[in-house]
Unconditional design. Structure first.
Length: 417
């Protein structure tokens, strides 16, 4: 079964095309192609793809995301493409961010789009472009099944003690104010891989902590493959400090600055989501590579920004150890998690008494792919796990279609989370 997974930006469209076994729950699959469209809305949009050894590229006018998807599919069905026809694509899966009342994995319907619009204020960088693009694609390519796999879905198992804010119940029930958690596809992938790589102790499920560290970062506490807590809360702007987003902040700080400066609340929120985080603290860049270079050159603000970031990660790591009653495995994913030995070492420094110890040589060694970095004496396994969010979304879309088919033929099957 061929599934195309779309990752949308306001003027961009990236995708990966997978060929998966049709059996729901089967894990193996093959990536047939990856590519995208740049400068959507311009007269010279770049449409590109890599399919095996073939490199495909053309330039044409792409006014919107529906045309971008059609252009990508036409490229994939060309002479060097992996598809014989568009009809071979069983579904387009979207790594959707915040569905609010519409969570988990679901067909894209007007009701789902309305639910996403309801949460647009808390996911302003993600939901509006996704809603516009999904609506266009649904209208102009009605024969292509569209599936939304929401990042919040993996966190549906978080118990109320870790999911609810201490706000009036009406806020939670009517306005959906709660800790939703994000990066669900990445945390799900890390949980699955750690479950395969690290044997669970006899008599109890594996206790794991997933550290997705990149331009956008979050921590997830996992027991037996199920999310038990997440650092991101009501919105993707929360939790750890991000590349250019503040992360957790006392809301009264915003009120204080608004009164002191006369600036509007919305203006300050926009600044907190675009000019804060590591970039705002360092005064230069939010990219960890730039920050590490700045520290090496003697920058105090860059050093402080990294220390604040690491301290926030350790705060959530410690909370996870307490919640889980210990930890058997820790996984590092994302651009920083995979590529910054200094960050990994700082996050786990001084934890030998808790049974967490990394091997400096293994941590510093150049390499790609999954690899363990724990010291031989460490009681906790520590792994670098290059995440694959698109593969998770493809599997979820496949499993949803399989469940629907089984229901149509008289069977019963649980819908994927």
């Amino acid at each position: 079964m061929k599934i195309l997974v779309a990752n949308l930006g306001s003027t961009s469209f990236k995708y990966r095309l997978f060929d998966l076994p049709e059996t729901a729950g089967a894990e193996k699959g093959l990536e047939l192609a990856r590519g995208g469209v740049e400068r959507i809305g311009a007269a010279d949009s770049r449409v590109y793809a890599t399919a095996g050894s073939a490199r495909l590229e053309t330039t044409l006018a792409v006014p919107d995301h529906a045309v971008a998807l059609r252009a990508a599919l036409e490229q994939l069905t060309g002479a060097s493409g992996p598809l014989g026809s568009v009809a071979e694509v069983a579904a387009v899966g979207f790594k959707a961010v915040h569905g609010g009342r519409a969570g988990g994995v679901t067909r894209v319907t007007p009701e789902v789009l309305a639910a996403m619009e309801e949460m647009a204020e808390v996911a302003p960088a993600h939901n509006p472009p996704y809603v516009r693009a999904m609506r266009l694609v649904a209208e102009r390519l009605p024969s292509v099944p569209l599936v939304a796999a929401f990042e919040t879905g993996f966190h549906a198992t978080i118990p109320d003690r870790n999911a609810l804010y201490a706000v009036p119940t009406e806020w939670t029930q009517r306005h959906l104010v709660r800790r939703w958690g994000f990066h669900g596809a990445s945390h799900r992938f890390v949980a699955e891989r750690l479950g395969s790589l690290v044997p669970a102790p006899a008599g109890r499920p594996l206790r794991a902590i997933s550290c997705h560290l990149g331009g956008s970062s979050s921590i997830c506490w996992i027991r037996g493959g199920r999310s038990m807590g997440a650092s991101m809360g009501m919105s993707p702007q929360s939790g750890l400090p991000q590349n250019n987003r503040s992360g957790d902040l006392d809301p009264y700080a915003v009120l204080h600055v608004a009164k002191a400066t006369g600036r509007r609340f919305e203006e300050l929120l926009a600044e907190l989501s675009s000019k804060a985080g590591l970039a705002g603290m360092s005064g230069t860049s939010g990219d960890m590579r730039d920050l590490e270079e700045a520290v090496a050159a003697g920058s105090g603000p860059a050093r402080t920004a990294i220390e604040v970031y690491v301290a926030a990660i350790r705060h959530w790591l410690g909370g996870g150890i307490v919640e889980l009653g210990g930890v058997d495995a820790i996984g590092f994913a994302g651009g920083i998690g995979e590529n910054s030995p200094a960050t990994r070492a700082a996050v786990l420094a001084g934890l030998a008494d808790l049974g967490i110890l990394i091997d400096p040589a293994a941590n510093e060694a150049a390499g790609t792919g999954e690899r363990p970095i724990a010291a031989p004496s460490s009681r906790t396994a520590v792994w670098i796990i290059p995440t694959n969010e698109e593969l998770i979304v493809a599997r979820q879309a496949r499993d949803l279609l399989a469940a629907e088919q089984q229901e149509r033929t008289g069977g019963s099957c649980s819908s994927p989370r």
